[in-house]
Structures are given as structure tokens and as C-alpha cells.
Design a protein around this ligand. Structure first.
Ligand code: BDR
Ligand code: CA
Length: 305
């Protein structure tokens, strides 16, 4: 089992990832933390609780995180994920609440009380993680590795160069990228290729209640298209943890641009000119057919009848 802390801003692709996280026994979920990103932190926290309720995983602790980026002003992505962040399916009102301590303290406690090192997966803006590393640097020795969905070496989805999670809080991304932790960046270079095709979405909806819930969310998802397929950005982090052989990685020094017209860009020193060392394992390619097949299998395994 992989001990995991999952930092997220649901968000439709976040919900698609949380579906796997909460149902696949390979993951020992120690904590889920929310952050302002796709929608406000009040909404992302509620959305996490809706999903822990949906999957009867109220045993999983949920902590509310940052309501705005470290420095920049906050802007949501409700144009892509709807006003609620998870539109199209009517979830029941959750019966549990977020912890009384905030995400940073909850992460710290979960890390220092864990007998083994914990994998951190971050699929929203990196504000919570940056705060953790700044306020509690001693937490670093308890982190096995960090898998992030964010960044891109091949163009952005917010500006021509910036990806949404990094663009939302570039100052936080810079702190995380330069922390010295073992970081794998699953960015748009792969996530814009790993599209869930519409045939697959239809198959999903015929499988079970979970598949229907997902299909309803996907039909409101403003990223990609039904014809070409929709990018399941955040889901790739979990596919990577379970099937790393399906990805091609390259190590680079990656800088985060924190001001100017390229703010939010992630720039790799591909010619090794400015740095002798590397700080990030960058996912450059993924087996898309394997990704689609795996996602179907994962949903099909869920017994929610
Ligand atoms: C990332 O931005 C968010 O909108 C998605 O949930 C994903 O984490 C893609 O750029
Ligand atoms: Ca996300």
C-alpha cells in the first residue's frame, strides 16, 4: 500500500482522480487537503467531503487549506469546472466535516506521526505544500516523494506558456520545485495527450453508479471536447504511481517564472547550460491507450450497487 496525502481542488478531473484514490486499495489515504483553485476553498472542501461520502470513505480525514495564493490575487476556473466545481450530478449532503485544524497543520501531523515516509500528491495550486515547507521544514524528512500535476514544457492552458496550477500560485510552485524534495512533474506535456475518449465515457456510464456520476460531471467539463476527448489531468498522477512504466521521464532543472509576461511558466534547462544538477523528473510521454484501458478497469472494479 502506498501511504498518501492528496492535495486537491475539485474540480472535475480532481473528482475523477479522487474516485480512484478512494476506491483502489493500493492507496493508504492518510489525508486529503483542499486548496483554492478551480473554485473557492469552501467549495473544494465541500466537494472532497461529497466524494468521501459518495464512496463511503468518511474514515478519510479531510482538512481545509489555503483560500488564496501566497502572493497573487486568486482567480477561479469556474468557466471550465462550473460554479460548484462538480456540476451535473446531485451529490448527497455530506455527513462529515473538515478537521478543525487547517491543511498545513494536518499535513504536518500526518507526516510526523507516520511510521514510514509518505507520498505527497498535489493536483491543485501548490499553496498548502509551500506553506508546509516554509512553516515546518522538518516535515521534509517524512516525505518520500512529491508527484505534482502542474507545469508544462510545451505551452500552457492559461497563457501561451503557463499551466493553471502553477499560474494560480507561481510563488508556491517555486518554493516546492526548489525544495530539494524528490519531485515528479506530470504536466500538460502528458495530460493533454491522455484524453478520455467519448466512447470510453459512454462505456463508463453503463458500468455502475460511479460511472454515471462521472459521465454527468464530464458532460459539464469545459476542457477538451466530446469529439477529441477530455483531459483527465489529475488522474495521471495516480496512473503514474501504479504504472510508472507507462510514462517516459526526463530529469531537468526546472525554474518557475514568478513575474512578467511569462508568469507561471515552467522553464527546463534542456541544454544543461544554467545548472549542473536537476531538480525535477519531468513526464514527457504517456501510453494513452493504456491510460484509457486502465481507467475503465478501475471504474469497472468499483462495486457500488
Ligand atoms: C490543472 O488545472 C486544474 O483546472 C485541473 O484540475 C488540473 O489540476 C490542469 O492545468
Ligand atoms: Ca486540479
Amino acid at each position: 500500500k502506498i501511504p498518501i496525502i492528496f492535495d486537491t481542488d475539485p474540480g472535475i478531473d480532481d473528482a475523477a482522480a479522487l474516485t480512484i484514490l478512494l476506491t483502489n486499495p493500493a492507496f493508504d489515504v492518510r489525508l486529503i487537503t483542499s486548496v483554492a483553485g478551480n473554485v473557492s476553498v469552501d467549495k473544494t472542501t465541500l466537494n472532497v467531503l461529497k466524494l468521501t461520502h459518495f464512496f463511503k470513505r468518511e474514515d478519510v480525514a479531510v482538512a481545509r487549506g489555503a483560500e488564496k495564493p501566497l502572493v497573487r490575487e486568486y482567480h477561479d476556473a469556474a468557466n471550465i469546472h462550473g460554479e460548484s466545481g462538480m456540476p451535473g450530478y446531485v451529490f448527497q449532503t455530506p455527513t462529515t466535516e473538515a478537521m478543525s485544524i487547517d491543511a498545513v497543520e494536518a499535513m504536518f501531523n500526518a507526516l510526523v506521526t507516520s511510521p514510514e515516509k509518505v507520498t505527497l500528491v498535489a493536483v491543485g495550486a501548490f499553496t498548502n505544500l509551500a506553506k508546509l515547507l516554509t512553516i515546518h521544514p522538518e516535515a521534509m524528512t517524512h516525505i518520500a516523494r512529491v508527484i505534482v500535476m502542474g507545469g508544462s514544457l510545451s505551452g500552457g492552458n492559461m497563457t501561451s506558456v503557463a499551466e493553471f496550477n502553477v499560474f494560480t500560485d507561481p510563488d508556491a510552485a517555486k518554493i516546492v520545485f526548489e525544495s530539494g524534495l524528490d519531485i515528479t512533474m506530470i504536466g500538460l506535456d502528458v495530460t493533454l495527450k491522455a484524453l478520455l475518449k467519448s466512447e470510453i465515457m459512454t462505456t463508463l456510464s453503463n458500468m455502475n453508479h460511479t460511472g454515471q456520476m462521472l459521465m454527468q460531471l464530464f458532460s459539464y467539463y469545459g476542457d477538451g471536447s466530446m469529439q477529441a476527448g477530455k483531459p483527465m489531468h489529475d488522474v495521471n498522477t495516480l496512473f503514474y504511481l501504479l504504472a510508472p512504466e507507462k510514462f517516459t521521464l526526463q530529469d531537468y532543472w526546472v525554474d518557475v517564472v514568478t513575474d512578467g509576461p511569462a508568469i507561471g511558466a515552467t522553464v527546463a534547462d534542456i541544454h544543461a547550460r544554467t545548472h549542473q544538477t536537476t531538480n525535477i523528473h519531468v513526464a514527457m510521454a504517456v501510453d494513452v491507450a493504456a491510460f484509457n484501458a486502465w481507467y475503465l478497469l478501475e471504474i469497472n472494479k468499483i462495486n457500488d450497487g
